[in-house]
Design a protein around this ligand. Structure first.
Ligand code: SF4
Length: 316
């Protein structure tokens, strides 16, 4: 990409989302290329399927409770795909050389399986979401802006709040469950700081593999700990932005990274750093807080990362 084009689009980050926090902790260069350079990433079949499945689950709640059936959900699938295709015609490139539409049919059938799995995990006729695809944002006292989208917010008649996120990948192993829940704690912190309401329950609904529901009831100490970690992370990111130092860090997700051509770990060269350098490069030192304390943006078990949104554009 010509430098002028990169420079025109480059802007310093203005806040954190769970995905981008995970990017930096996984690989600072990945964060830079996505958030600052805003290098394009081709759509993937898995991520696009996640987008369509999420849209179906969201739209299903438009129907009266008794009509939220598997059949109704199946009927929504193709129209939601066609709506998305209308917005992003380039998605047709996901199915090259598919004159009889067999690859698209298989892709839709796989999406249908994920939706069928959801009906085994939750009963939408008994759910009454207060919000769907809710954009949340708050600014902490330090000035750090936190933001993201919550798939579903349920509010009990007694006022207790449950935050729910759908994952089209399989559930992580027990060892990685805590890291997977970080995203939900991030959202809980935003809601707590934004509305003064501490969510009672955080719930991840995994539609891949055999399907699973993972829940966690946070307390204030949990969320205060998340806040401290995010503040430390943001300081580290700010230093990196000022110095232009975003080291490439090899990790188990490199095989799925779209930026190997810009990555020294794979013989590539990053584009010239497009922001003004405000500080000299510091002596070599660990660039990030311990990665074990926060999750990667994607897991090896779900290399697509359920990255259903164009997060580089909306979550920086
Ligand atoms: S290939 Fe790996 S090391 Fe290189 S930018 Fe991507 S995630 Fe980072």
């Amino acid at each position: 990409m010509p430098q002028t084009e990169t420079a025109r689009k480059a802007v310093p980050p203005t806040g954190l989302s769970p995905s981008r926090a995970g990017d930096f902790l996984t690989c600072p260069l990945l964060y830079r290329l996505r958030v600052i350079d805003k290098l394009p990433e081709p759509p993937s079949a898995a991520a696009t399927r996640g987008t369509v499945v999420h849209a179906v689950l969201e739209r299903l709640f438009d129907a009266p409770a008794a009509e939220r059936t598997p059949e109704r959900a199946r009927e929504l699938l193709r129209p939601q795909w066609e709506r998305l295709l209308g917005e992003r015609p380039e998605l047709l490139d996901l199915f090259p050389g598919d004159p009889d539409g067999a690859a698209l049919q298989q892709w839709l059938a796989d999406a249908e399986k994920l939706i069928a799995q959801w009906f085994r995990l939750e009963d939408p006729t008994r759910l009454h979401p207060a919000e769907r695809e809710l954009y949340v944002e708050t600014v902490l006292e330090s000035g750090l802006k936190l933001r993201g989208y919550i798939d579903r917010v349920d509010v009990a008649p007694t006022g207790e709040v449950r935050l729910v996120d759908y994952k089209t990948g399989r559930a992580p192993s027990r060892d990685f469950e805590g890291k997977a829940m970080f995203q939900m704690k991030f959202y809980a912190l935003v809601v707590w700081r934004w509305k003064g309401v501490l969510p009672k329950r955080l719930q991840l609904v995994y539609l891949g593999g055999g399907g699973d529901v993972v829940s966690y009831d946070p307390d204030p100490a949990d969320l205060l700990a998340v806040e401290r970690k995010l503040l430390a992370l943001w300081e580290t990111i700010q230093r990196a932005v000022a110095t232009g130092e975003f080291p490439a860090t090899r990790n188990r997700l490199c095989d799925w990274c779209d930026h190997q051509a810009s990555c020294p770990e794979f013989g590539g060269t990053p584009p010239p750093y497009p922001l003004p350098l405000l500080e000299p490069v510091p002596p070599a030192q660990p660039a990030v807080p311990p990665a074990a304390s926060l999750p990667p943006a994607r897991s090896a078990e779900d290399p697509t990362g359920d990255a259903r949104r164009s997060e580089t554009s909306e979550e920086s």
